[in-house]
Design a protein around this ligand. Structure first.
Ligand SMILES: [Cu+2]
Length: 189
């Protein structure tokens, strides 16, 4: 008799306890997510991105990696292909870039005056070039051909006339031309 009269009471107590347990679990999950947001937010605000490479705009054409003779495409002794270029109002140096197809190509570029950028045709080769910083990325081109490489950051009145060309050569042809060790470009001499 006492068991039946106590039954609804007991069930209610059980359900309240279950609700409370669930509320605590949900509370802990929310607190965890908020803590994650706060910690990662503060971390990213306080830390520079993983790789920041700076360069002195005033001397980059006089010494170091971006002197004129070092611009263009280089085949390193380790077989790595590196393209070095400079953007300035309103042109790229070199104006025509040679790269191999089907090989990883590392671009290293910077700007001398304003923020520029480039994208190579419809490929994923795409970056901003900011004075004082070296932009770098590695990509590869699937097939030989020729691409336009326009500046895609508005950089002044001559912006729409600022573009270069990229020639993607079959790997054998590129390697044959690059063996000499000098910097390659397809700028007519
Ligand atoms: Cu530009």
């Amino acid at each position: 008799m006492s068991a039946t009269s106590a039954a609804p009471h007991g069930a209610e107590a059980v359900s309240i306890a279950a609700e409370r347990r669930w509320a605590v679990v949900v509370g802990v999950i929310i607190a965890l997510l908020v803590a994650m947001m706060v910690i990662t937010g503060l971390h990213w605000a306080a830390m520079p991105p993983s790789r920041v490479e700076t360069i002195d705009v005033h001397t980059l054409h006089l010494k170091g990696e971006f002197v004129e003779g070092n611009l263009g495409t280089a085949l390193g002794e380790d077989g790595k292909v590196t393209v070095r270029l400079i953007a300035q109002q309103y042109s790229f140096v070199p104006q025509c870039i040679v790269v191999p197809a089907e090989m990883p190509v590392t671009f290293r570029g910077t700007a001398t005056d304003a923020i520029h950028g480039f994208v190579v045709g419809t490929t994923n080769a795409n970056t901003m070039l900011i004075p004082g910083f070296v932009a770098t990325f590695t990509t590869s081109f699937r097939k030989p051909g020729e691409h336009l490489m326009p500046c895609h950051e508005y950089c002044g009145t001559g912006h729409e006339a600022m573009w270069a060309r990229v020639q993607v050569l079959p790997p054998e042809e590129f390697l044959a031309r690059a063996r000499g060790g000098e910097r390659l470009s397809c700028v007519p001499r």
